[in-house]
Design a protein around this ligand. Structure first.
Ligand code: FAD
Ligand code: UDP
Length: 371
């Protein structure tokens, strides 16, 4: 018998398991994948930590979360500065003075602001009602056309006029020469990869991989007092109320026999025609070096293709629109009857959590449940 059965060895499950063990509880972790760490899993290929389920850059303003996570890994000084490639023209991201200079040859912040204002006025938008209008209001029509429209429509599979404006507000717009993608106090990549970080959290805890909880629910429920479930909430209830929608991503990863493919960790392809959204060159998350500081002779790249989720795919991005939020609300009501089960994490709560938010949510759950 265990005090807790934790379903899922991603960040949420691993933190809960770690804290439960620390409180003297017995814990069993199960994961249906052949590896621990959920979506932050990294695998070493040619000495490079490859982010197998999508590039993950840790960033947070939450000091408590930063102090917590740095107990389990040292973080490097990586700063995310993606480059946009529009039909061979390269632009700095997020939108800042380097971007405005390249787009319009403006030199001063006043000139950049005036150009944006001119394009906003021409478009006649007063109260932005969708992503297209919001984007033009923020950065003008030229940047919208070259750097936003194609990328967003590929990423979301929907027209920019049919998408909510908040999505684009995630990106900073700056009248300074600052290519840091995030406005975060703390940022970096765990030295040695995320898998090592999660393995440190799970040290001394029994983990069963290749074990699907829902397929073995009866036996597994029988051996634990309580369950912490971090899988998809609709799957838990057998999709009885219908399926929640997700965007999925397909990764095409290849090893190249050259040291440098694109000179940056992330290059976004912002035109509509290129079928992938971006290419990740994993070695640049760790400055092209191995753990001993040696240059790596080869490189590994991943092209990312965005698609609508269908049963059997990995669910990645919850589509938090009205329809899906309402359906999630109905599933949430069902959870109240499951007294033995705690639903947590990105899939269990159907929220597009960043890593730091998942960590904060897991720690809050531990406070309520264990202390
Ligand atoms: P997960 O990591 O999804 O873990 C859930 C685990 O449960 C999985 O291992 C799964 O196999 C297991 N599971 C599910 N169902 C079952 C079952 N029935 N039986 C057994 N096991 C089961 N955040 C950032 O802060 N920065 C980034 O740069 C960033 N980039 C991202 C890029 C992509 C492509 C994606 C998809 C997400 C990104 N995120 C990023 C978000 C980040 O991945 C999440 O916040 C975090 O990993 C969620 O952790 P979790 O434990 O909730 O879920
Ligand atoms: N975006 C864009 N062009 C880019 C990068 C991002 O238009 O080169 C838009 C796109 O709509 C995306 C949103 O900005 O969904 C938020 O970007 P972010 O990088 O935060 O997306 P994430 O993949 O983290 O959700």
């Amino acid at each position: 018998m265990y005090d807790y059965l934790v379903v899922g060895s991603g960040l949420y499950g691993a933190i809960f398991a770690h804290e439960a063990k620390k409180s003297g509880k017995t814990v069993l972790v199960v994961d249906k994948r052949p590896n621990i760490a959920g979506n932050v899993y990294t695998e070493k290929i040619e000495g490079i930590n490859v982010h197998k389920y999508g590039a993950h850059i840790f960033h947070t303003n939450n000091k408590k979360v930063w102090n917590y996570v740095t107990q389990f890994a040292e973080f490097n000084r990586f700063t995310n500065s993606p480059v946009a490639n529009y039909k061979g023209e390269l632009y700095s991201l997020p939108f800042n003075m380097y971007t405005f200079n390249k787009m319009w040859s403006v030199v001063t912040p006043e000139e950049a602001a005036a150009k944006i204002e001119e394009q906003r006025k021409e478009a006649g938008i007063i109260e932005p009602e969708n992503l297209e209008e919001q984007a033009i209001s923020l950065v003008g029509r030229d940047i919208y056309k070259k750097l936003i429209k194609g990328y967003t429509e590929k990423q979301w599979g929907r027209d920019c006029k049919d998408l909510p404006s908040f999505i684009i507000k995630r990106l900073p717009v700056r009248l300074t020469f600052d290519n840091n993608y995030f406005n975060a106090l703390y940022q970096g990549i765990p030295v040695g990869g995320y898998t090592k970080l999660v393995a440190n959290l799970l040290e001394g805890i029994e983990v069963r991989l290749n074990t699907d909880y829902l397929e073995n629910k009866k036996e597994l429920d029988a051996i634990a007092d309580k369950v912490v479930y971090t899988g998809p909430i609709d799957a838990y209830f057998g999709y009885t109320l219908g399926t929640l929608e997700y965007r999925s991503v397909r990764f095409e990863t290849e090893t190249l026999d050259k040291p440098n493919f694109q000179g940056n960790a992330a290059v976004n392809y912002t035109d509509r025609e290129t079928p992938w959204t971006r290419i990740i060159e994993h070695k640049w998350f760790e400055f092209g070096k191995d753990e001993e500081g040696n240059d790596l002779p080869k490189t590994v790249i991943s092209r990312e293709f965005s698609s609508e989720w269908k049963p059997g795919d990995e669910p990645y991005y919850p589509v938090n629109d009205e329809k899906n939020s309402a359906l999630y609300g109905k599933y949430k009501e069902l959870t109240e009857k499951e007294e033995k089960v705690i639903f947590g994490g990105r899939l269990g709560e159907y929220k597009y959590y960043d890593m730091d938010q998942v960590i904060a949510a897991a720690l809050q759950c531990c406070d309520q449940e264990l202390h």
